[in-house]
Design a protein around this ligand. Structure first.
Ligand SMILES: [Zn+2]
Length: 239
């Protein structure tokens, strides 16, 4: 993306920032592209520490599952908006799941003009639960509405906290509405379909069967393995 030129010198719009089209409507001049992308990035509410996540700086050398995940992400960006499923990125802590999800979001905002939102699952639960309190200024619908409507939603750390039955319903409603509207969702989670090593819990146990089964229908699974996972298995196979 080219840098914005100072508007005073723009030979196309002479600083107005918009150009008139033959039908009388106006359209943003290309000299404003940088500003517009910046505004879209800031509207996406990406936490500061993830602002610079790109596909280019995603480290995928440790194992094949990372290489495959990066290839899926690149295809997602290249083919957008002609994509019919979101992504469910699973894997242990520290393999770069959030980096990958935010990289897709950043690339789409910058190169394809997508409107997107980042949402931390635990923050969302906190806000919904706070809205149940007396005197709360926000109601549940105000909180969830932007996430229902965004063209692309990144829902980070799904299952990080065990939601109450009521919140599971809200979560199901959100995902279901997005699915019915053809909106794409990218989710990251530490929980997979096999019980994990720590608590022995699956994603389904964390979010409930209706949410898990909805995710099967609306997302392609991208399973990232830990660095030592294959080594262990190889040792088993050949040892
Ligand atoms: Zn201009």
């Amino acid at each position: 993306m080219s840098e914005s030129v100072p508007t005073e010198t723009c030979p196309l719009c002479h600083g107005f920032g918009r150009l008139e089209r033959p039908n009388g409507t106006t359209v943003a001049c290309q000299c404003r592209a940088g500003e517009i992308a910046e505004a879209r990035r800031s509207a996406a509410r990406i936490p500061e520490r993830y602002r610079n996540c790109r596909l280019q700086n995603f480290k995928d050398l440790q194992n094949d599952s990372l290489k495959k995940a990066k290839a899926v992400a690149k295809r997602f960006v290249d083919h957008w908006p002609a994509i019919d499923a979101g992504l469910l990125i699973t894997g242990p802590v520290g393999v770069g799941k959030t980096h990958l999800a935010v990289a897709i979001l950043n690339e789409l905002v910058d190169s394809k003009g997508a409107t997107a939102l980042f949402c931390d699952f635990s923050d969302l639960l906190d806000r919904i639960q706070a809205s149940f309190g007396k005197g709360s200024e926000e109601n549940q619908d105000d909180i969830v509405a932007p996430y229902r409507d965004a063209q692309l939603l990144v829902l980070d750390e799904l299952g990080a906290r065990r939601p109450s039955d009521w919140v599971r319903e809200v979560l199901y409603g959100l995902l279901n509405t997005r699915y019915n509207r053809g909106r794409l969702t990218i989710l990251t989670t530490n929980f997979g379909d096999e019980p994990d090593g720590r608590g022995g819990e699956t994603l389904e146990m964390r979010v409930g069967p209706p949410v898990r089964s909805r995710l099967y229908e609306m997302c392609q699974l991208v399973a990232i393995e830990a660095e030592d996972f294959r080594k262990k298995h190889r040792a088993k196979a050949f040892g």
